[in-house]
Design a protein around this ligand. Structure first.
Ligand SMILES: [Zn+2]
Length: 460
């Protein structure tokens, strides 16, 4: 049993002072007491629950910043877009080996911890070797990301991706997709093996991710959901849904329905689902999605980088919709940047301020931090996202000694962090009660950096 003391902490009931968090040997919070002075004098800083990062493609961290050089549109050349970026990304991933997958993910997860993320949902779609053949263990590359999480200490929800087609209606996949492809039986072999090997591991959860309606058929999706439910009928189901207008047009051409509309009408979308990039929706889709209780997985920095569009966040949240954030392509790994972009996108669009605060009395930073904690925890399918009894002791301690956070209290601390800091105030991070970041650094930081650089060099 461990006890951590904080001068101030954000609990589900609000801010409290002199907080003792008592953690059992397995890393779960056993008790939270307030108004308790530390006898050892080891009280430290302002504590908040660690943020879940609900959408990650870890390998893409190694190509962050490499998609910016296409230049202006030239005669006869396709304008740079999500689809041209995807071609670049397919070219990049062709060289990945198991060791490079693990080294890149390890570095990424360390960066996530340093940024204040204590859990990640890894939407993992590169399954096969460079020729498109299965490894002797089909789950090899999924296991590499779990090993990366274990190596850094972050909690992980591994979501093997179901990908078998190149477009709506069961179109042939292209050569760039050969490392992703599995039929239902092959896919369930991966999910079953991971589920069996990690079902008693408090820092690991296994779910699935049908890549998108482009990459599956309704029959394949149904077969896999039946198989998943036999293993675990509460495990998370994530899907990319309506990131690009072309995707909406193609879905209409295939089914006469828009992607979110089709999914809500044809699948039992409920709180175990997380719809990533539900960017392009009608009001009826937005309202129906909010009512389903499923999570909207939002990745504002990546969605901006890829030119996706703006999610209708105000309408969705006004209807009680559940949201969470992810860093997706990892062009940025930064809680504050995702939350800033989430709010600033709405401000630029509506020409108003504090758009997502919900009411004139609520601080924007507090509302968005609380909302993303709850939605992220739901999407990860793990007992995280709050400093309360029964949840994992995933704790971020903020350094409030520097401006603009210095002298601020309670919600003003969160607002200063999320909207006004340029430095990173995340000082100490605990996952399952174990300290993984101290004074802004990871214990294995130098070795992790070297292995990452070697992995990136090997891809050239
Ligand atoms: Zn994604």
């Amino acid at each position: 049993m461990t006890t951590l003391h904080f001068s101030s902490a954000l609990l589900p009931t609000g801010w409290a002072t002199d907080v003792a968090i008592i953690i059992d040997a397995g890393g779960t919070i056993e008790a939270v007491e307030t108004g308790v002075q530390s006898t050892s004098g080891s009280t430290s800083g302002v504590a908040v629950a660690g943020m879940p990062n609900l959408h990650s493609h870890a390998f893409q961290r190694a190509m962050a910043g490499l998609g910016e050089a296409s230049g202006p549109i030239r005669a006869g050349q396709e304008p740079d877009s999500f689809w041209t970026w995807r071609k670049t990304m397919y070219g990049f991933l062709a060289a990945l080996k198991p060791e490079s997958v693990q080294a890149i993910a390890t570095h990424l997860y360390m960066d996530m911890l340093k940024a204040g993320y204590t859990a990640v949902a890894e939407f993992h779609y590169v399954h096969h070797d460079q020729d498109g053949n299965a490894y002797s263990d089909r789950a090899e590359l999924s296991r590499r990301t779990i090993a990366a999480a274990e190596g850094t200490g972050i909690g992980i929800t591994q979501l093997p991706v179901l990908y078998n087609y190149g477009g709506f209606g069961g179109q042939e996949p292209n050569d760039g997709q050969r490392r992703f492809l599995n039929n239902a039986d092959q896919f369930m072999e991966i999910v079953g093996a991971l589920h069996r090997d990690h079902k008693d591991d408090a820092n690991v959860r296994v779910g699935i991710a049908p890549h998108s309606l482009r990459a599956v058929t309704p029959e394949l999706l149904n077969d896999v959901l039946i198989g998943l439910n036999e293993l675990d009928n509460t495990s998370p189901v994530h899907i990319h849904i309506a990131e690009q207008t072309k995707e909406v047009d193609d879905c209409l051409a295939w089914s006469g329905k828009r992607p979110v509309e089709w999914l809500l009408e044809n699948m039992e979308v409920d709180p175990r689902w997380c719809l990533i990039h539900a960017t392009h929706m009608t009001n009826a889709e937005t309202d129906g999605f909010a009512r389903s209780g499923a999570v909207a997985g939002l990745c504002p920095a990546t969605e901006a980088n890829l030119g996706d569009g703006l999610f209708p966040a105000r309408r969705f949240m006004d209807q009680g919709g559940v949201i969470g954030i992810g860093s997706d392509s990892h062009i940025s790994v930064n809680v504050k940047e995702e939350i800033r972009w989430l709010e600033y996108g709405q401000r630029l669009f509506t020409r108003e301020r504090t758009v997502l605060s919900g009411s004139p009395d609520t601080s924007t930073g507090r509302r968005l931090y609380d909302a993303n904690l709850a939605g992220g925890a739901q999407a990860c399918g793990r007992p995280i996202g709050a400093l309360e009894v029964g949840k994992r002791a995933d704790i971020v301690v903020l350094d409030t000694t520097k401006s603009p956070m210095a002298g601020r209290r309670e919600d003003a601390v969160l607002d200063a962090w999320l909207f006004a800091t340029d430095h990173n105030p995340v000082r100490d991070v605990y996952v399952g009660g174990k300290q993984v970041i101290s004074g802004g650094r990871h214990d294995e930081e130098d070795a992790i950096e070297q292995q990452f650089q070697a992995a990136v060099a090997s891809l050239k």
